[in-house]
Design a protein around this ligand. Structure first.
Ligand code: IMP
Length: 191
């Protein structure tokens, strides 16, 4: 079965393709004829994932899944949260976002954080949701080149290194995305 992945985030698409291990062919938004950015105007990950999945499914009639994710820092009242991709404003910049996060956390001793993700699947007899969470904390400086987004400052629970420094195989085993994708793949397998 071919499916649209309603995302333009290169880091996310790469990880999702690796987690799928070639089981399903992914059609990009561009290949599906959707050139414009899909609006994500909502304040919850669920609503934004639904908006992206529904947009592409309604336009094409092709089974679509979308993933909305972000970093939640309780000491910053949940920021950057659903605004993770644009925390430092436009144009979107992983580096500017990460620098802003480090600045906002200056002087905080509570640096706990978690990544969260919601996958919404549209077009296989309705809507289906899958979720994943990865607990950790925020380092005091950026370290490593791996991953994307906030990975150079995110240290997953049980490790001393950031996702930027750890081998990609560790992130594929313990990340929020890996957990949600595991349930998503199990759902597809039992159809
Ligand atoms: P979305 O594409 O609107 O879901 O935005 C997701 C944003 O959350 C990304 O642009 C990153 O800033 C952040 N994010 C989500 N997952 C990860 C991850 O695995 N590593 C680092 N940052 C992430």
């Amino acid at each position: 079965m071919d499916m649209i992945l309603a995302s333009n985030n290169a880091g996310k698409i790469k990880e999702i393709n690796e987690l799928l291990e070639g089981r399903y062919k992914i059609i990009s938004l561009k290949e599906a004829g959707i050139e414009e950015e899909i609006p994500e105007p909502f304040f919850t990950f669920e609503e934004n994932a639904l908006a992206k999945a529904k947009y592409a499914y309604d336009r094409t009639g092709i089974v679509t899944f979308a993933e909305d994710s972000g970093l939640v820092v309780p000491a910053l009242n949940g920021e950057p949260g659903v605004f993770s991709a644009r925390y430092a404003g436009e144009p979107k910049s992983d580096l500017a976002n990460t620098e802003k996060l480090l600045k906002e956390l200056e002087g905080h001793t509570d640096r706990a954080a978690y990544y969260t993700t919601i996958i919404c699947l549209a077009g296989l007899g309705g809507l289906h949701y899958f979720s994943g969470k990865c607990e950790g904390h925020i380092a005091t400086e950026m370290r490593g080149e791996g991953g994307f987004g906030y990975d150079p400052v995110f240290i997953p629970a049980g490790y001393d290194q950031t996702f930027g420094e750890l081998p990609a195989a560790v992130k594929s085993a313990v990340s929020h995305r890996a957990k949600a994708m595991k349930d998503f793949i199990a759902f597809l397998a039992q159809l």
